[in-house]
Each structure stands twice: as C-alpha cells, then as structure tokens.
Design a binder for this molecule. Structure first.
Ligand SMILES: C[S@@+](CC[C@H](N)C(=O)[O-])C[C@H]1O[C@@H](n2cnc3c(N)ncnc32)[C@H](O)[C@@H]1O
Length: 244
C-alpha cells in the first residue's frame, strides 16, 4: 500500500488534526479566495481533511464538495458544517480515480500537494484542469524546497510522539516523520517545487501559473509561526492556476 493511504489516518490518530475547530486562518483564506474570484460559486476541495476550510467557504456562500481519502473525514466535515448551519457535500475516495463531477468554479488543495512522482502530480493537475469551469481558478498549496532544506533536522517533542523534519536533496522532497512512543515511525514525503519548477511541471496539463501567493513560515528556534513570509523564506506558496 502507498504510504499516503495510511499516513494521514495515523497522523490524525496521534494529533487529532482533522477534528480541530475552524481556525481564523481558514476563515481568512476562504475570504481571500472569494474576493479573488469576485463571487461565491461551486467549489471542490481536494484532500479536505476534517472540513475546516470547506465549512468556512460554505459559510461565505460557496456550494462546496469536500473530497478526502480518509475514513471519517467526510463524517467530521458534515458534522462541522451542520454545527455552523451550512451544508457541505462530501466524497470519500482517491482523487486519482474518483470522479467528483463538475465543472467547478473553484478548486482548492491545501497542504498535501506533492505526493509521489512528478508524473503523478501532472496526472492530478490534468484532472483538475478537466474539472474546472472555463473561467475557473484552482488554488494549490505547494511546498517550497528552500524552507525544508534549511530546517531539516528540526524536532518537536510531545508526550505522545516525536516529529522530525527532513529533506531528500536528490529527490527534492520534504520528509515529515512521526515517531510515536513505543511504535514504528511513519513518514510523509512531499515533492517540493519553486514557481519555476512548477511552470515546467504544468506544461501539457491544461493549466498555467497565473499568480504566486507566498505562505507562512515557522521559525523553529523561536517557536513562532509567521503567517506571511517572503517567498524566499516561506514553507509553501499558493499556486493560482487558470486554464491554459
Ligand atoms: C495534510 S492533510 C491536509 C488536510 C486539509 N487540507 C488541511 O489543510 O487541514 C492532507 C489530506 O489529503 C488527503 N489525501 C491524501 N491523498 C489523497 C488522495 N489520493 N485522494 C484524496 N485525499 C487524499 C489526506 O487524507 C489528508 O486528509
């Protein structure tokens, strides 16, 4: 089985990340997307986890479909949406094989792009192009190589587990390893891209890189997260993608 089919469930069992409430960050991101699109519309979220962004987007009037592989993610998303008085349609399955319908005005994928080889990213991006309306926009969060190369070796210790960042320089992948007390460690590997790399990756997918929005940066020494970092220091950037 591919590591991604067990990693997120194990991570969630350890950290409870998918059961978190909506953070102001999700609300601000949903507002930014809505302002950028100019209006609410149909929105597909890939790898939606526990539905925090999906619910924040539904609260702004989008008709949201939240897709995730993880058992229980859809149930939590529907629960969270109902708690906030909105509805989110959920789909449980693999975005490489499942057909979510469409066309969608907006497609988002936060925190998770880069699983597998370049060909798999191209395959997913081509699928996104096919699900997008003619005037649609996709927002994909991409990991940068520089942050992860610089902070490889950073370790966070909690009572239940140790988390360590690593970087595979040859494959240009970040490694994120959880070592639960008394259990085997498990790792996610995400391919990192600069905007220049991404432009090359996008060739032939039907999408083009229209804008780059730098993300935040966690400063491990100070233990502080800066939500807005210059691109050259950011952990990720949001690639704003339009039909080519
Ligand atoms: C790091 S989590 C991020 C969750 C959410 N987007 C957020 O920002 O909180 C990545 C999510 O992508 C989902 N995922 C990974 N591979 C997938 C696939 N092939 N199809 C659908 N979902 C997938 C995982 O189950 C997980 O919930």
């Amino acid at each position: 089985m591919h590591w991604s089919h067990s990693f997120y469930e194990r991570q969630d069992a350890l950290t409870g990340c998918s059961h978190a409430p909506i953070h102001p960050f999700h609300t601000a991101l949903a507002a930014r997307i809505t302002a950028h699109r100019g209006r609410a519309g149909s929105l597909l979220e890939l790898g939606a986890g526990g539905g925090q962004f999906a619910t924040a987007a539904a609260l702004l009037g989008h008709g949201v479909t939240a897709l995730d592989l993880m058992t229980g993610a859809g149930e939590h998303t529907r629960f969270l949406a109902a708690q906030h008085g909105v509805t989110v349609q959920t789909l449980t399955g693999d975005f490489y094989t499942l057909d979510p319908g469409g066309p969608f005005d907006t497609i988002c994928y936060w925190d998770g792009f880069g699983i597998g080889e370049d060909d798999e990213q191209r395959q997913l991006l081509s699928r996104v192009a096919g699900w997008l309306a003619l005037d649609g926009v996709a927002y994909v969060e991409v990991y940068t190589p520089w942050y992860w190369a610089r902070h490889a070796g950073f370790t966070r210790r909690t009572e239940r587990y140790t988390q360590t960042y690593g970087f595979d320089a040859d494959g240009c992948r970040m490694l994120d390893t959880y070592a639960p007390r008394g259990e085997e460690p498990f790792t996610q590997f995400l391919r990192c891209y600069s905007p220049a790399d991404l432009r090359l990756l996008l060739c032939g997918t039907g999408l083009t890189l229209a804008e780059v929005w730098p993300g935040g940066a966690y400063a491990p020494d100070a233990g502080v997260y800066h939500p807005e970092a210059p691109l050259g220091e950011a952990m990720t950037f949001a690639a704003v993608l339009t039909p080519a």
